[in-house]
Design a protein around this ligand. Structure first.
Ligand code: FE2
Length: 390
């Protein structure tokens, strides 16, 4: 991207948000309508987490005690997905408001969004708004791109979004190595009190669709074209290299992988029960052990399995987290690895209400609480938004 174009876009963003902020003040919050960063209350919460070190593709963090030593308490990650923040829609304010309620309720050490969080036609502008919202709260956060943020046909560039977002102190997402597929491939390593990595979090850009040109490039049958995208070989090797480097420093390395589009192994967990209509409900197969949740739509994965699951499993991965399928929310053990959907947090596109006419008290909206145990292991919990409804 040319520096001049980058400069013009960034200057325009700042100018629009600056004027917007002034108008907001003058009109007592009535205009402009789109400033969710100002119109949704989000008081400061703060954090005990600090950045220990950084490289171009990894941030190492730890939770600290007041005396400056690393805490031996559980490290809480709040997972949210598919916020689908758009404009001109009251549901966006509701999604942002509920997101804040979840954060205030859990007071996590880190918030991770697994894609489709910003789908507005003004992505660059609204990414800055979103970053300011999170910056005001004062908790570290990161995100991966979903298929809906990849809208190159409209000249929205993921690169620009990242350029905007990565300037903010609490945003841990990185642009990542330029020789990998996509943007926003990066690690967050969490240290325990022994200065060992308790969990290495690997976050991937899982792309959008298999464009026909990919079939040639990756030597795939043409029938795979237009199915959902897959994690590319260079991304898998990058992940393996990071874990191998950690393995040289410590005996056991545990990792968790985050991406928007689920890996095809999620299909092994449940099948549709044809007898349960009009709401199709997944029934567990005998291949996985379901921990919680269900399946109400088919798994929206790629037709092509690029092998990430098996290779990550061989490297000691303990869990995968994905979004994308708004009304699937199961977590299950499969071949010794946890495959989990993050609870859908937004209200756009489809959910259990507009799809099946269920009352809001039965919708799946929420967040997922991941507790990382410093000496190894983790706990997972569904955290439904329905508890905040009056
Ligand atoms: Fe989505």
């Amino acid at each position: 991207m040319r520096p001049i174009e980058e400069f013009v876009r960034e200057t325009a963003n700042s100018a629009v948000l600056g004027v917007g902020g002034a108008v907001h003040k003058i009109t007592g919050g009535k205009h402009p309508k789109h400033l969710f960063s100002k119109n949704v209350p989000h008081p400061f919460i703060g954090t005990d987490v600090k950045i220990v070190s950084k490289t171009d593709d990894c941030t190492t963090i730890a939770k600290f005690n007041p005396d400056g030593t690393i805490s031996d308490k559980e490290f809480t990650v709040l997972l949210a997905t598919d916020m689908h923040v758009d404009r001109d829609n009251a549901l966006i304010y509701k999604a942002m408001d509920m997101l804040y309620k979840h954060i205030a309720d859990v007071k996590p050490d880190l918030v991770i969004f697994t894609g489709d969080f910003l789908v507005t036609d003004y992505q660059q502008l609204d990414s800055v708004q979103f970053a300011r919202f999170m910056e005001d709260i004062g908790i570290y956060w990161a995100f991966v791109f979903g298929n809906h943020e990849a809208r190159e046909e409209k000249e929205f560039h993921k690169y620009f979004m990242l350029k905007n977002l990565t300037k903010y102190e609490h945003c841990l997402t990185k642009i990542g190595p330029s020789d990998l597929f996509g943007y926003g491939n990066f690690f967050i390593d969490i240290l325990n009190k022994d200065n060992k990595v308790a969990q290495s979090l690997a976050l991937f850009d899982s792309g959008r669709d298999i464009y026909p040109r990919y079939c040639e490039e990756y030597n795939l049958p043409m029938e795979y074209a237009h199915s959902y995208d897959f994690i590319k070989e260079n991304q898998i090797v990058w992940y393996e290299n990071h874990i191998k480097a950690l393995q040289k420093k410590q005996e056991d390395v545990s990792s968790m992988l985050f991406m928007h589009i689920p890996v095809p192994e999620y299909k092994e967990i449940m099948d549709f029960d044809e007898n349960e209509k009009p709401i199709p409900t997944g029934k567990p197969t005998d291949k996985g052990d379901v921990i919680y949740g269900g399946m109400h739509e088919s798994v929206g994965c790629s037709k092509y399995n690029s092998g990430l699951f098996e290779r990550a499993r061989a490297m000691g991965a303990v869990a995968f987290f994905s979004g994308h399928d708004h009304i699937n929310d199961f977590a299950a053990m499969y071949k010794g690895v946890c495959l989990a959907y993050v609870q859908m947090t937004g209200y756009e596109i489809y959910h259990m209400g507009d799809k099946f006419g269920l009352p809001e008290s039965e919708w799946l909206q929420g967040t997922t609480i991941l507790k990382i145990i410093p000496d190894g292991g983790f706990k997972l919990k569904q955290n439904f938004t329905s508890k905040f409804l009056k």
